[in-house]
Design a protein around this ligand. Structure first.
Ligand SMILES: Nc1nc2c(ncn2[C@@H]2O[C@H](COP(=O)(O)OP(=O)(O)O)[C@@H](O)[C@H]2O)c(=O)[nH]1
Ligand SMILES: [Mg+2]
Length: 327
């Protein structure tokens, strides 16, 4: 197609924009007016377009796609750990819905996302349908190669932080809790090795239904999380807490004792996705509160207290403390 083109050297403004007149005024620009008609290289452009691979789908990221973010810093990964059906995916859907509806994570401002489609997809499932029901997110695939990393860029203290929430199906974490080397728990292993912090889900509904069995599963999972935790923060989430009153006290006591032994000082929050009012404590405040707690802990890691080891030796080299006293 024949097209008039600007001939000003060094002007790389888009076709309908003028650098000299600073705006969409290209037709008034002398360089544009004097320019000859050129043949637009339509076919070449099409070919170039076809060769450009889009590096991500916008739904969720996989570990090998993280170089999209690593050029601007180290993304912080928050691993969601819990049994199947504990409410991990619904938590993410609810978090996004709350932020989308104007709730804020205090001191952490939303600054973009590479996975908006993924967030939207999950959040849509929480919207009330025409028949008045809510669908809830689809079960997360239990495939060991399935990774879903949901991204937020957040501004905190004047810096941009890339945060990734790592979701997986609950089955993989149950398998991993049984045997960390289980070949079917590859994504649980990846999350455990790479996450900078964890959200550990305790499913109130499972405790009501399965009682002691759910209790021992949670304790086994907690012990496995503790085993190679180092100083990474853990926030404990009692999910589906709208049902919390129905849990047997003795089982709750045993679980709480184990959690406080494994994660001393860890913050515990009860959440629910069923709100009774706006602003509901369990739904609106605590869901956001979980993310705020974990983000604050990531931003201000607990200082390491390293006590110098007392050296007990007769070796003169180690005992030498300088010659200042002799001067
Ligand atoms: N009672 C109650 N049920 C919930 C709540 N949130 C989620 N659920 C139920 O728990 C199911 C499993 O949630 P899901 O997020 O898929 O669990 P995941 O396997 O850990 O990702 C959902 O389909 C809901 O039926 C809640 O706040 N209260
Ligand atoms: Mg899920």
């Amino acid at each position: 197609m024949a097209k008039r083109r600007c001939n000003k050297e060094g002007c790389y403004a888009p076709n309908d924009f003028c650098l000299v007149l600073a705006g969409p005024l290209h037709e008034q620009c002398q360089y544009f007016a004097n320019a000859g008609i050129v043949e637009a290289p339509a076919k070449t452009a099409k070919k170039l377009g076809a060769a450009t691979a889009i590096p991500w789908t916008g739904e969720w990221l996989r570990p090998e796609q993280l170089d999209l973010l690593t050029h601007r810093g180290t993304p912080k990964i928050i691993g969601l750990v819990g049994s199947s059906g504990a409410g991990k995916t619904t938590y993410l859907a609810m978090l996004y819905s709350l932020l989308f509806n104007g709730k804020r994570i205090e001191n952490w401002d939303f600054a973009g996302s590479y996975t908006l489609d993924g967030w939207e997809l999950q959040a849509k499932t929480l919207q009330v349908q025409e028949d008045g029901t809510v669908r809830n997110p689809d079960a997360t695939p239990s495939d060991k190669d399935f990774y879903s990393l949901y991204h937020f860029a957040l501004r905190h203290d004047g810096f941009l932080h890339d945060i990734l929430f790592a979701d997986s199906s609950g089955e993989v974490f149950s398998k991993w809790a049984d045997n960390v080397n289980d070949p079917a728990a590859e994504n649980a292993r990846w999350i455990y090795e790479n996450a900078h912090a964890f959200l550990l889900f305790v499913d109130c509904e499972a405790i009501i239904r399965q009682r002691g069995r759910a209790g021992s599963d949670i304790i086994q999972l907690a012990e496995q999380v503790k085993s190679g935790l180092r100083s990474r923060p853990v926030v404990i989430i009692w999910s589906k807490a709208d049902l919390a009153q129905q849990m047997r006290e003795n089982i709750v006591e045993v679980i709480k004792r184990s959690l406080s032994e494994n994660f001393p000082g860890a913050v515990s929050l009860e959440i629910s996705n069923y709100s009774k009012s706006d602003s509901d404590q369990l739904c609106h405040i605590n869901n956001v509160g979980v993310t705020k707690t974990v983000l604050d802990q990531l931003a201000n890691p607990r200082p390491l207290h390293i006590a110098p080891a007392v050296i007990q030796t007769d070796d003169f080299f180690f005992l030498y403390r300088g010659s200042y006293g002799n001067k």
